[in-house]
Design a protein around this ligand. Sequence first.
Ligand SMILES: CCC/C=C/C(=O)SCCNC(=O)CCNC(=O)[C@H](O)C(C)(C)COP(=O)([O-])OP(=O)([O-])OC[C@H]1O[C@@H](n2cnc3c(N)ncnc32)[C@H](O)[C@@H]1OP(=O)([O-])[O-]
Length: 717
Amino acid sequence: MAEYNRVSECVGLITLRNPPVNALSVSQGIVHTMQRALSDPNVKSVVICGQNGIFCGGADIKEFGSNMTGPTLIQMIHAIESANKPVVAAIEGSALGGGLELALGCHYRIAHSKSRLGLPEVSLGLLPAAGGSQRLPRLIGVPAALNLITTGRHVTAAEALQLGIVDQVTDHNTVDAAVKFALSVAGRSLDPRRISTHPCPQQPDLDALFEEVMQKVRQSARGAIAPIACVQAVRAAATLPYAQGIERERELMATLFTSGQARALQYCFFAERAVGRWRMPSGARWDTSKPRPVQKAAVIGLGTMGRGITVALAQTGLSVIAVETQEKQLMEAKQAISGMLERGAKRRGVAPALDRVIYSQNIQAVADVDLVIEAVFEDIALKTKVFQQLSAACKPGTLLCTNTSALDVDQLASETPNPELVVGMHFFAPAHVMKLLEVVYGPRSSPQAVATAMQLGKKMGKASVAVGNCRGFVGNRMLKPYIEEAFFLLEEGATPELVDQALEEFGFPMGVFRMSDLSGLDVGWRVRKGDGLVEPGTASGRSARIRQGRRYSPLGDLLCEEGRFGQKTGRGWYQYDKPGSRVARSDPWLHSFLGAYRAQHGLVARRIDHQEVLERCLYALINEGFHILDDGIAAGPEDIDVIYVSGYGWPRHCGGPMFYANMVGLAKVLERLEHYQQLHPEVPHLQPSSLLRRLVASGSPPIHKWEEAIKKLHSQL
Ligand SMILES: CCC/C=C/C(=O)SCCNC(=O)CCNC(=O)[C@H](O)C(C)(C)COP(=O)([O-])OP(=O)([O-])OC[C@H]1O[C@@H](n2cnc3c(N)ncnc32)[C@H](O)[C@@H]1OP(=O)([O-])[O-]
């Protein structure tokens, strides 16, 4: 897995070979090739590079389940650092995790200008435990090392040079530059180049710095343990001799390595890649469906969503026709989009893509685009009309996408002469920022249409997940029982504060009620009205809380009737200093309103604890996830988990709802659902899904075996 050659007569060239990213495997022959280079009297210096334009993507994450690779890596890196001939890392593509740690063990580092470097172990629930947490602070100082190690962010070669991580950046052939460099440093003293022998650069008031960073990390970690261990490891580098620091690094790593959080985060890493290998129930798949090229796109409707989508498309490098029929709104949108493009470009240090967007009031302007994303108001009649106009205006073969969060994609498709060209692209607001994209296919969507939308989503940097068409698709469909349970808990005695606190401690950035205040209570109210669920008035008693044959809580409707729409009106489940303000404060009015409501409906408040909040909200959501898998709306649990982690704030270190269910134990989830269902028989979403029952009956297979088990269970039906 490592190849050895002699080049320029006296340079030993070690090439890492382990496609696709030259991950460091325990069996790797680096030590062996290094020994060859060191024992060859003709070799004066050594260069380490990676094949296929990538230095090294780090330790092999796939091996983590079976082997602890840490000590082997540490020994290997130590052997490199203590070599008596200069070793130069030639960094192309990526040097990440163990890859960068390996480079830090080298005496010099030469990087290509397009390469990226980082210690992303924290995002896998780990820390840089091949000496990285001890060498990086010694090389670049404690504050910069803390930033890189606790965030896991990748830096460009230019930033790496500025920080002092690399010695030289080249625009040319990196291996050639490294060989030249290696020849120039042959024979020089290596002592000053052995990072582990340096003390950390002096830092005034170290205690205060660590306290401040720890506080910040605890706040943003939302319960994740790895960022905290990362701070502790860097503290060891700053305060202990190297040998003791390494020992501390090892101890901290040992606690992380086998943790559930590390397993969850590593699962997320692979799940995010797995969703790109989409497949449809028809048998169509990612590897047999060729996407169409998309160079020019159009966005119809320039409200909040349309503006964000336009920005995201332009930033991806596409030409965009942005259509809004009302002149005033078009002008406002143009100003807003230009502003977003300018701010985004400033952040990324590039020129704004203003001239990629052409604005028009006329839908005919879409005549020569390859793909249209319709983002008009959520009204089926309006969307149908727009789709009919688009079908007439576009050139043959143009893909028609609808950005809807709730409407029926199949119905829209059936209104066009070419339903195979129609898919849903469910973006999340703000669309140029949020990572998630649900690509919704109907029974008539062609595999090529799905492939094209998925490829465009990937280009836009979105976590794109292909899902079947149903009410709410995957994300919102699962959110419904979660929100309903939160409402029921209020009726039974909880407060918004209690429910939100439990969910935020679990790791959501916001609980149900703070989230509802942010997005606006009127949104759900409109949907419930559309569903015929809202009955104005003050009916009381149990029957007033049963609608369409199931338990219903009118609490949200009652707040809307009071004009309490959330942050935008300054009142909702909480109160705010003024409309638009973001700081939620407990509202005594709301508490007495809840008291009066319970009295009116004959409900007696009881004490509700965090565990019940979590079980009822989360297990109801997970249960819906099992229904979705059973219905074939999502191809596998990874699809659901990626949707929840990238779009709904599910804490990544808990892996997503389905992974979480697997961790908790399917039998336990089933038992708790049965328990709550018995207490609340009028709540259908607490009725355990038959798939969950069948999985438990078949011995609760681990999550990576669910798909196989589901197929088997379906074939037995
Ligand atoms: C113990 C001591 C301490 C050390 C700890 C570590 O080093 S922890 C590690 C710290 N390192 C990291 O966290 C870096 C993680 N990796 C990355 O960030 C990116 O993969 C990349 C930037 C290297 C390349 O991006 P890109 O968009 O060009 O490509 P892509 O992302 O699509 O990946 C292509 C394929 O390679 C696979 N694969 C990738 N890396 C690993 C790996 N380390 N292992 C195994 N497999 C890996 C990936 O699954 C995918 O497989 P698939 O789906 O085709 O079967």
